[in-house]
Every structure is written in C-alpha cells, then in structure tokens.
Design a protein around this ligand. Structure first.
Ligand SMILES: *[C@@H]1O[C@H](CO)[C@@H](O)[C@H](O)[C@H]1NC(C)=O
Ligand SMILES: *[C@@H]1O[C@H](CO)[C@@H](O)[C@H](O)[C@H]1NC(C)=O
Length: 266
C-alpha cells in the first residue's frame, strides 16, 4: 500500500514509547506499551468538532473506521479503536487544559511585574513602568485578566493618559457557554473534567438584574425577566437533580438552552 510508513522506535526507560510518539506528533492511548497513537492535528480537529456538536466518540470512531476501510486500510482488532481513541482523546484534552493553565499562570506573572512589561513593550518611553501609579483599585479583576491577558493583563498606557477615563470601554468580552463539555463524563476512575467553573457573586448578579430591569422598563414592559419564565418552566414540575461533577441542577442546564436559543433568535 502506498502512503504507509514504518517507523521503528528504540524504547528505553529514559525515552518511553509514549514520549517518543509525542515528539513526532502522535498522542498515545496509554503511557506504557501503547497500541494506538493519534495525530495531534486530528485530535485538535476532533476537539473543535466536539465543541460545536454533541460529543460522540463512538460515532466518530465508527465513521473513521469506515473511512479507513474505504481507502483499503483495515483496523485489525475485533474491538476497533473506540476505547483506545477515547483514552487518547481524553488525556489529550487534559494536556491542552493543563497547557492553557500553565500559559495563563505565566502571563499572569509577567503582567504583575512592571519590569517585564517594559521589556515586552519597548516603545513606551512616555509611560514609565511604575507599578505604584496603577493601584490595584483601577486594574481589571483577576478574572478578566485571565480571560484576555492582551486586553486586561498588561499595564496599559491608556489608563493613565488624560484622554481616557477608567470608565471607557476598551474591550467587550462575550462569554459563550457550552455546558455539554462540562457534563461529559469519562471513565469511572478518571478525574472529573477539570474545565474551570466560575460563578458570579450573588451581589454582582443582583446589580446586573437591577440594571437590566431598569433598562427594560424604560424601553418596553412587554419582555418579562427570562429568569422568572425559566423557573416556571423547569423548576415547577420535575424533581431536580445534580449530575455528577456539576454544581448547577439539570433543570437549570435545560433552562440555559432555552434562554440561549431565545437570545440567539432576538
Ligand atoms: C452516539 O453514536 C452512536 C453510533 O452512531 C449511537 O448509537 C448513539 O446513540 C450515540 N450516542 C448519543 C449519546 O447520541
Ligand atoms: C434546546 O432548545 C430548543 C428550542 O427550545 C429545542 O428545540 C432543542 O431541542 C433544545 N435542545 C436540547 C438539547 O435540549
């Protein structure tokens, strides 16, 4: 068959097969003696796909095996690739999340050090990297800095120049929620999906509700608060449960879908 390439790995304790496979761009299905390795590009594609449609590894593996069969390649085990592919995919996702976390930590660290800022942005002669000038009071919250280090992470010249007051909008951050990713469960002994969960404080939510209510009253009194209609639809008639690893109830997750759909249509 053309296109097939044989690669021999010389394995020793200092260079296990899993590590050598990663070096050449393949993620192994097991740390020791892996029998399947999946290309990092393919895993990245699957990750993107599963963020936009319901994740179904079985369906994906069946399709992939059928696709390979169509090209004359046969998966030569009875059980197929599903279990091993799932392992590779699961740990690939955890690697990606850990990498994000690592990068965020590094960015956070450099953003809080004025000397680093002057190194990374050389053309700021009129903006002395003086940490005292920018008190923590006028800096965006840690949360915003993490979401977008570029927008909120650094020491911005704009914040102290006279044309800009601190209430000017520099960036609008839109958070799109896909709870299906968080609900997805792995193997029983795997760690719970480590995607970070962030809850707004009740005080913040109350303040936002007041503001939205005020604005809505001034425009029209037709729209009711979506929270109230959700409660009526979902909390009234069914016993509410928490799914494992989730901190909000199933009915709220369902309600999210409806308010999301409604917001999308508006
Ligand atoms: C995933 O796909 C398989 C095979 O196509 C199907 O039988 C199964 O119902 C799907 N699972 C979900 C949760 O949709
Ligand atoms: C989400 O809401 C829409 C519109 O109400 C509905 O058609 C769809 O089936 C819902 N999806 C899920 C996964 O509940």
């Amino acid at each position: 068959m053309t296109g097939l390439r044989h690669v021999d790995l010389t394995v020793c304790p200092c260079a296990p097969a899993a590590l050598q496979l990663l070096w050449i761009g393949y993620f192994p299905c097991a740390p020791l003696g892996p029998t399947l390795a999946v290309s990092l590009q393919l895993l990245s594609l699957v990750r993107q796909l599963f963020m936009r449609m319901p994740p179904n590894t079985s369906a994906w593996c069946e399709s992939f095996e059928a696709y390979l069969a169509g090209m004359g390649y046969k998966v030569d085990t009875k059980e197929g690739i599903r279990r091993r592919f799932s392992n590779a995919y699961h740990w690939y996702c955890i690697l990606e999340l850990s990498l994000d976390e690592y990068v965020q930590q590094k960015l956070q660290k450099s953003a809080s050090l004025p000397s680093d800022f002057s190194l990374s942005v050389p053309s700021t002669s009129h903006c002395p990297p003086n940490g005292d000038v920018l008190s923590s009071r006028i800096r965006p919250s840690e949360y915003l800095q993490q979401r977008c280090p570029l927008c909120f992470g650094g020491y911005s010249c704009q914040m102290k120049s006279t044309q800009h007051s601190s209430s000017d909008i520099d960036a609008i951050v839109c958070i799109d929620a896909c709870f299906t990713q968080k609900r997805r469960s792995g193997q029983p002994d795997d760690p719970i999906n480590p995607t970070a969960t962030v809850f707004l404080s009740p005080g913040d939510i109350y303040a936002m509700e007041c503001e939205v209510d005020g604005l809505q009253k001034s425009r029209s009194s037709v729209q009711r608060r979506s929270g109230q209609s959700l409660k009526r639809n979902h909390l009234g008639n069914e016993d509410d449960v928490f799914e494992e690893g989730m901190r909000i109830t199933t009915s709220v997750l369902k309600g999210c879908n409806e308010s999301f759909t409604a917001a999308d249509e508006r």
